[in-house]
Write a protein that binds this ligand. Structure first.
Ligand SMILES: Nc1ncnc2c1ncn2[C@@H]1O[C@H](COP(=O)(O)OP(=O)(O)OP(=O)(O)O)[C@@H](O)[C@H]1O
Length: 575
């Protein structure tokens, strides 16, 4: 229940509409309670010594009843609107908050998470808050008010009959407590299964190309179907529990009606109660049963929202490990001196990916990082951009430990073109300008020219305003890479890291891009990670990474003459 209290506490920003909703609920309850009283008065009048002179009283009672019903409708509408207004605002804010938190969390957090699962928390779990705020809590409030009001009125009509009618209530309470214990885990499981199903759906849609290429549509369908079956089973277990609960509660409650009809009828015959009182008692009793059932359903929703709130707050409690120190330095224009000092880094308990790595890249130098696949080259780039922090040692820019520099200012000094280019669904211009807000068309075109993509863009009917499709599906791998290079060049940062940035580009274009990038070296620091060693021959220094260590470093000629790993790698590529 703690997450529910936390959510209710956080809803305080909407106290005005919520207070309005509460006031409307109270007014609506009052209207509900007045109705049976007016009807029984009418019956008393009609079954008593009714005369023509009583007609105005009948008319007044009817008009009052009409006003009560109209008032009830107006207050219900107002309460409903205000509660929904607050609820949907809270859901929207919560979704934005969870999204923003996800943006802040370090990459390490995502290592063991599935995108679909996280999407389910942002969309499905937060949707439960609307049910809580606009339905469960107002229903609980109005039910409690009606139950309390009706109990007082019933006691007032006949204390004996009331006590007899309420005999089954402790049974319902006991039963409800046991039910709560069973249904809460069932709701948690339901939300978890919903998350699993979203995760598989996300994988199957994102990996559609691979599914087609490997002819795995059937296995993808089976996987999704299996997940839907698990979700269905979880929903069915919730449906079974709540489906069983409601008829049982109703049956216990209906014992009350039997008692009123039997014992109340006998009391009326004895003259201890009037027919009007019996009718009033029965009308109030029917008012009493509905809220008791509603209360149960609402407690259900409350528990379901509790399970969702728990999942959402667990996500919000995850701490961003990569964050600014309170006294972080704002770097405005870095010189671009990069260094690793005895750096050790592991992704998990499997052991270090980098161990005791030290090197320095001077401003304006072009340094290449080469090595076998999986040696840790991309990891070096990630540490330089502070996507991760080292376990031991220091990564520095201009002699400052990256942990002492504000993240925003650090990222303003470094551009990284990654192996896997990600383009956003939008136009080519939007994707190039992504790295520099407010870039002019001219600047964008200049960057595109340097990345050898301008000519291609010019052939498109809509030029720079052409759409790239989701994740850039409308472009080839090489075109995407060139766009990503243009995006990085436009930023014009003192440090540029190219991680296999030209791997999908044909050799002629690669030579052109290399020449353009080479021109950049001199006034910026360049770290080039490449498998195609022909692209790194002119580097000031080549670092050779293998099995967590830098095993060789020097110029192309030096390293070739040493006849070590670099020479062997070059021999394989016959450069
Ligand atoms: N997010 C991650 N979680 C766990 N292990 C990872 C993660 N990313 C990379 N690794 C592991 O770290 C090691 C180094 O990976 P890295 O991507 O840095 O190698 P690389 O030299 O860039 O490889 P390649 O040349 O194939 O791109 C690999 O063994 C890889 O399996």
């Amino acid at each position: 229940m703690r997450p529910i209290w936390q959510l209710i506490y956080e809803a305080k920003t909407y106290y005005r509409p919520l207070a309005g909703a509460v006031a409307s609920i109270i007014a609506c309850t009052a209207m509900n309670l007045i109705g049976p009283d007016l009807i029984s008065k009418l019956i008393d009048l009609l079954t008593g010594s009714f005369s023509q002179g009583d007609i105005p009283r009948v008319r007044d009672l009817a008009l009052l009843l009409l006003a009560t019903f109209a008032g009830r409708a107006i207050f219900r509408l107002t309460g409903d609107y205000l509660a929904h207004y607050a609820a949907w605002n809270i859901v929207a804010e919560m979704r934005a908050r969870v999204h923003d938190h996800l943006q802040k969390l370090s990459l390490r957090y995502y290592n063991d998470k599935q995108t679909g699962q996280l999407m389910s928390r942002v969309i499905n779990d937060t949707a439960q808050f609307e049910i809580l705020i606009a339905h469960a809590i107002p229903n609980i409030l109005s039910s409690v008010l009606i139950v309390a009001g009706v109990a007082v009125l019933l006691l007032w009509i006949s204390p004996l009959l009331t006590l007899l009618t309420f005999l089954p209530l402790p049974l319902i309470l006991l039963f409800s407590l046991r039910y709560g214990k069973k249904i809460y885990p069932a709701y948690s499981l339901h939300q978890a299964r919903l998350g699993d199903m979203s995760a598989v759906l996300h994988d199957n849609l994102a990996g559609l190309r691979e599914i087609h290429l490997f002819g795995r549509q059937e296995s993808a369908s089976e996987k999704f179907r299996a997940q839907t079956c698990q979700w269905r089973d979880a929903v069915m277990s919730v449906a079974w529990l709540s489906g069983m609960y409601h008829p049982i509660v109703e049956s216990i409650l209906s014992a009350g009606t039997v008692i009123v009809v039997g014992i109340g009828g006998a009391m009326a015959l004895d003259g201890a109660l009037s027919i009007g009182d019996i009718v009033r008692f029965l009308l109030y009793l029917s008012l009493f049963y509905t809220p008791v059932t509603t209360l149960v359903i609402s407690v259900d929703s409350l528990l379901q929202a509790g399970a969702s709130a728990e999942r959402v707050y667990a996500l919000l409690a995850a701490d961003a490990t990569i964050k600014d120190k309170p006294d972080a330095v704002e770097l405005t224009a870095a010189q671009g001196r990069l260094s690793f000092a005895n750096v050790r880094f592991s992704y998990d308990e499997k052991g270090p990916v980098l161990d005791n790595i030290s090197f320095e890249i001077l401003p304006g130098q072009m340094v290449a990082l080469v090595g076998p696949t999986g040696a840790g080259k991309t990891t070096v780039a990630s540490l330089l951009a502070r996507l991760y922090d080292p376990e031991a040692g220091q990564v520095k820019l201009d002699g400052l430990d990256l942990r002492d520099i504000s993240l925003a200012s650090l990222r303003n000094q470094i551009s990284v073109v990654s192996q896997d280019v990600f383009l956003f669904n939008g136009t080519i211009a939007e994707n190039i300008a992504y790295g520099k807000a407010g870039a002019t068309r001219e600047e964008m075109m200049e960057a595109a020219r340097r990345a050898c993509i301008h000519d291609f863009i010019s052939t498109l009917p809509q030029g720079y305003d052409s759409l790239v499709g989701e994740r850039g599906v409308l472009l080839s791998g090489g075109q995407k890479q060139r766009l990503a290079i243009a995006r990085a060049l436009l930023r014009n940062t003192p440090v540029l890291i190219l991680d296999e940035a030209t791997a999908s580009v044909d050799q002629a274009s690669e030579a052109e891009i290399q020449a353009a990038i080479q021109q950049l070296a001199g006034n910026r620091t360049l770290l080039v990670i490449a498998h195609r060693l022909s692209t790194v021959r002119r580097a000031h220094k080549i670092l050779v990474l293998d099995q967590t260590k830098i095993v060789e470093q020097g110029t192309h000629e030096n390293l070739l003459s040493q006849g070590g790993l670099y020479a062997r790698l070059c021999a394989c590529q016959i450069i």
